[in-house]
Design a protein around this ligand. Structure first.
Ligand code: C5P
Length: 240
């Protein structure tokens, strides 16, 4: 085990989604929020952690050059590969590239471009947890709403005890060999990298997430991003 801080860390950014639900007419990662794309904001956030050595972005397969040009101002720390037909494939391709570029990496983060406003301390907490020996780490939030279970006719069958429920954000952090093994054995497409690690029988631990790390999916989310998230820095006392 490396001493804290000595582990080389790579970050994978799956950004190959079409963003159909956002209806912006461009890949979601390239949608601007107050003049700056979700992708640039997400990658800059990762770099601002000061703990990441290299970033690999999975671009829409038809637009790798556009994505490269978008990231150019950030310098040579971000590499772009064409993504796949689903998120799992995009992560698999980015992981292969990361292992080529930084073969001695000990930790890998997977961070959705759509979570462009994730506060830097959340990113740092995830990395520190992996450096501290966790094999897989996810940022989580408690569930605010009451949760009901329904049957196929939409009738309520149970009220779920939400005290044990969490919603999951990114970046998710992994020991590199743990994520590689999970992806080597992955069958169907997964929405969640830690889910693949769970299926492989590994323990997944949690750190506190943050409301600002929401996934920009709909026009409503984009409006929140423009009026709140991009407009104001996160208050210090609101950070984990
Ligand atoms: O569609 P959704 O918002 O769930 O996608 C989550 C993340 O996965 C997004 O950042 C999206 O760009 C990425 N993705 C990808 N390759 C795909 C589909 C989605 O990298 N083929």
């Amino acid at each position: 085990m490396s001493a804290p801080g000595s582990m080389r860390v790579v970050a994978l950014v799956p950004a190959a989604g079409s963003g159909r639900r956002l209806g912006a007419g461009v890949p979601k990662a390239l949608v601007p929020v107050l003049g700056e794309s979700l992708l640039v904001r997400a990658v800059r956030g990762l770099l601002n952690s000061g703990m990441i050595h290299h970033v690999v972005v999975a671009a829409p397969p038809e637009a790798p050059e556009e994505v490269r040009a978008e990231l150019n101002p950030l310098g040579p720390v971000a590499r772009v590969v064409p993504g796949g037909s689903d998120r799992t494939e995009s992560v698999r391709l980015a992981l292969a590239e990361a292992e080529r570029v930084v073969p001695d990496a000990g930790a890998v983060l997977v961070h959705d471009a759509a979570r462009a406003f994730t506060p830097v301390p959340v990113i740092q907490d995830v990395i520190r947890a992996v450096e501290g020996g966790a094999r897989a780490v996810v940022p989580v939030l408690p569930v605010a709403d009451t949760v009901k279970q329904v049957d196929s006719s939409q009738r309520v069958t149970a009220t779920v005890d939400r005290s044990h429920l969490r919603t999951v954000q990114t970046p998710q952090g992994f020991a590199v060999d743990t994520l590689r093994a999970a992806y080597d054995n992955a069958g169907d497409a997964a929405t969640d990298d830690a889910g693949l690690v769970e299926q492989a029988g590994e323990t997944v631990t949690t750190v506190p997430g943050h409301a600002h790390a929401l996934k920009i999916t709909t026009a409503f989310d984009l409006a929140i991003a423009e009026t709140v998230l991009a407009a104001e820095p996160v208050p210090e006392d609101d950070l984990p």
